[in-house]
Design a protein around this ligand. Structure first.
Ligand code: FE2
Length: 375
């Protein structure tokens, strides 16, 4: 009968005897299970590949058997150089390594190399001498987990499952973040391509909104979402006809109605942001007013949360301070007068006076100065 091939192909020179023996044993188990001769049922492969590194052959064999029985694919070696070679050549989901190989704490070297792998491989370090120093060093080397030897099978398998799951979750979050960065880089430029007079608008609104949010003590997490919302706030304008979007002079009532659809269009476009729904919400609300006369919902007062009220104000400030197809830039005193006049009407009154005071005191440098906490 032809034995099923191991999913991992090695030349014999690439592996030390332990790794080779492990592969032979796995083949044997697969073979026996296929023929129905083994009293031990062969567990289904779970699709995860683990590299084992320990200089004690007996320990290595014990760990390998536990993982094989749990359905892992296992590569095992007693040598750091071989482990580094395997790390370069194969897709691994976890490395389980002894901290001390011989008299050296070489476990950290495999951990450091695993950090540089793409995708990054989490490392579970095993040590017979756990201490504060080893835990601190583990954190420094970004080891995913450190556990005490001897380790029982249940603890080992729990550690492996948890470490792999946490690593996969963190990788998914990193992927999402990368996608969001692409989204945030492409979409504002698509809007500016439709309406060149708004060139740089989104980036400036990010700066104004973040500067104000910092002065107001908004948390770093909310500021990150606010920066994203500021960058994407007008993304719905992609759906507005060019003839209306770039029309010089005043709009008709019908054209204004079309323009006013852009917050909802932006909300729909950003559906893929998924869990970060607050970004979509603030994009949806960025033309709401404090007095409830805004659109699309006519929300009143603090029904729009503080970061959203900051975004509205930053967006208007940039529209006033920059050239538009229908107007020249407003001088600072005229902007100050508008913010004071619209405090409690278009804008949150506290925010409007905060900006008006700052502009009076510092001019446009207000937004570039190092902000302090004002309230
Ligand atoms: Fe807008």
């Amino acid at each position: 009968m032809r034995l099923p091939d191991s999913p991992l192909k090695f030349r014999s020179s690439e592996l030390d005897p332990i790794a080779h023996a492990g592969r032979l044993r796995q083949r044997h188990l697969l073979s026996s299970a296929t023929e129905g001769l083994s009293p031990t049922p062969m567990p289904l492969p779970n699709g995860h590949c683990v590299l084992l590194l320990d200089d004690e052959v007996e320990v290595l064999e014990m760990l390998r058997d536990i993982l094989l029985q749990a359905g892992y694919q296992v590569l095992a070696t007693t040598k750091l150089a071989t482990a580094l070679d395997i790390l370069q050549k194969h897709r691994l989901h976890l490395i389980v390594s002894d901290l001390y190989l011989g008299h050296e704490d070489l476990g950290y070297q495999i951990a450091d190399a695993a950090q540089l792998a793409r995708p990054r491989v989490p490392v579970l370090l095993l040590t017979g001498k756990p201490s504060f120093d080893s835990a601190a060093e583990a954190m420094k080397s970004r080891v995913a987990e450190i556990a005490k030897k001897p380790i029982d099978p249940i603890t080992l398998l729990n550690c492996c499952r948890r470490t792999i799951a946490e690593s996969q979750l963190s990788q998914r979050n990193a992927d999402l973040e990368a996608q969001n960065l692409v989204l945030a880089g492409v979409l504002p430029r698509a809007i500016e391509a439709k309406d060149p007079t708004t060139s740089g608008h989104a980036e400036r609104v990010v700066h104004y909104a973040d500067s104000l949010a910092k002065r107001c003590g908004v948390s770093e997490d909310e500021r990150a979402s606010l920066r994203m919302a500021a960058l994407l706030h007008d993304v719905g304008k992609i759906g507005i006809p060019d003839a209306i979007l770039t029309k010089p002079g005043p709009l008709t009532a019908d054209e204004r109605e079309v323009i006013n659809r852009h917050p909802k269009m932006g909300y729909d476009i950003l559906a893929s942001l998924g869990e970060n729904h607050v970004v979509r919400t603030w994009v949806y609300q960025h033309h709401e007013r404090w007095d409830g006369k805004g659109y699309p919902e006519g929300l009143f007062g603090d029904a729009v949360l503080l970061p959203g009220r900051i975004l509205i104000l930053a967006e208007v400030y940039d529209a006033l301070a920059e050239t538009r197809s229908y107007k020249a830039p407003w001088p600072v005193p005229k902007i100050v007068n508008l913010f004071r006049d619209q405090a409690g009407r278009q804008f949150d009154p506290d925010l409007a006076h905060l900006v008006a005071d700052g502009l009076e005191r510092m001019g446009s440098r207000f937004f570039s100065a190092q902000p302090g906490m004002l309230f």
